[in-house]
Design a protein. Sequence first.
Length: 589
Amino acid sequence: MLLSYIHFSSISPCFGADFSFVINLNSTDNHVAVIVQNKSKEPAAITGLDVDLGGHNYSLLQQQATVPPTSDITNETDVQYPVQPGTYPIAATLKYCNEKNIVSLRHVGLFYYKQQAELPETCQLNDATIANTGEIIISASNPANWKLVLPVEIKITSERVVGNNKVFKVKSVTNDLNNVYPYFAVAEDDYNGVHRTALAKGTLTLQATDAPLSVKGKMPTYLLAATLLVFMTCTIWFRTATSKIGVAFHKFASRMVLITIAYLALKLGSTLVGNTLGQVDNEYCRYFSDIFINHFNGSNYQYFFRYFADLYYLSCLLLMPFYFYYQKTQISLAKDKYSSLMQSACSIGTLFRGVALYWNYTSKLGLLTFCVKIFFVPFLVSWVINNTFHQYNISKTLSFDFAAINVWLVALFIYIDTAIFCFGYLFEFEFLKNKIKSVEPTLLGWLVCLWCYPPFNVFSYRIFDYRLIDIAHTYPAWINIVVTCLITALWGIFTWASFSLGWKASNLTNRGIIATGPYRFVRHPAYAAKLLIFYLQGIFLGQYYLGLLLGFTIIYVLRAWTEERHLSLDQDYVEYKEMIRWRFIPGVI
């Protein structure tokens, strides 16, 4: 009877930027399970999970997967028995997205086949620290017999034996991350027909050599404050303008006031939250303040400020006056939502004289539109930039196998989707026919939408994150292949829906009704595709518990319902609903 199992004496954490992972290995006979636990407060995008044993590589992940905060995923595979009995190293390699990089974590355990046969050798590993380049030293009686198992992004450039030491020169391909990895040294031999293995573990610290990403922007706070004061004065001065140049300048000044306020709010967000919630002596307030502070200082804003914010601000400052002056259709200040909002802001002082506040539907539309954009624009800009780096990284290392192609396609679909929505949030033009006609007017509609985005999704899904019923089962390989293809196709449908929305793509807004692409068949094709993806990943790939699947269903059904309630204020959408009967699946629901 053949017996095999994996032995490990400890679990291996890896701390990279905001992420913390733990890998567990276990097996029954030749069936290997790898459990990846996300110990951090952020959802993690896993791009690869492999097992190496006896010169064979086994890919356990056919699709890019997202592991929710403080959750885990389990992936399984059958491995081929080694030729000889004895002890073998077995390595699990996790790849995940961290900032613009693909980062990895490796854990090595021992696989016993027929009998236990550990090599009677030991070595001493130094806890190494490198900054781009450095050295790792193995000290042993027979150092030439030892080899290193490092994270994928740490490359060995040379190695040499000096006395009882083996010196490895290593180089990191990432320059802007601080990280702490476990790393391993392995020695193997064959003795009397039995394979023997010795294993040692050390810690490798990677220090960033590039300047850290700025989350503050390059525009000084005092300059932004002075600019804000100037443009607020201009909106008051030109509030009754009727000339072409006066109307154009008021529209320009109104937008610059709001853009400057947004820049300051995002720039000082962590300070503002820390000075409010952070000072309250209550564990719940401290918990939420930590989440929001990490959110404002995290990657969702880093790329936005490093690559975009200043350029966008200066572009608006230089180009918007010409756009509004040469605009073909001149809209009066009363009908311009941002000018009307500034009129309302300027009239606040009249309340002290007993005069009613200037407030109407156009002012409300301006305020709600501003809230939508200040929340979503930094995310989408950062995600597009990050996905650009991600697409470059996976494309340059793309291997033409089933798993790699699926990961690349899903990443490409998500890249296209975020780019479309990013453009939709950033730009409104008459000639693109994507002007915002209305914004979700209810608190419930906003809540169920924001539920799905950071920082709210850090804690919003936790009430559902319970293993109510164990839905994880092992399926034949062909079923996993079929499910993987279905998931990739559904991501394609999801992106097709975004592509059909085109310039009108954005949450919580009505920019005109679309009845083309997948919207010819159902009213919510993107939500339908996403829910089906979640269910396939949960039931067949074991990535979500039943509780989370129920949570996803509740939230996306609520999103569809609140969106339809909002859009039904538009007669065009009422007619669209009469034409397209089905919400999610044609002929079913």
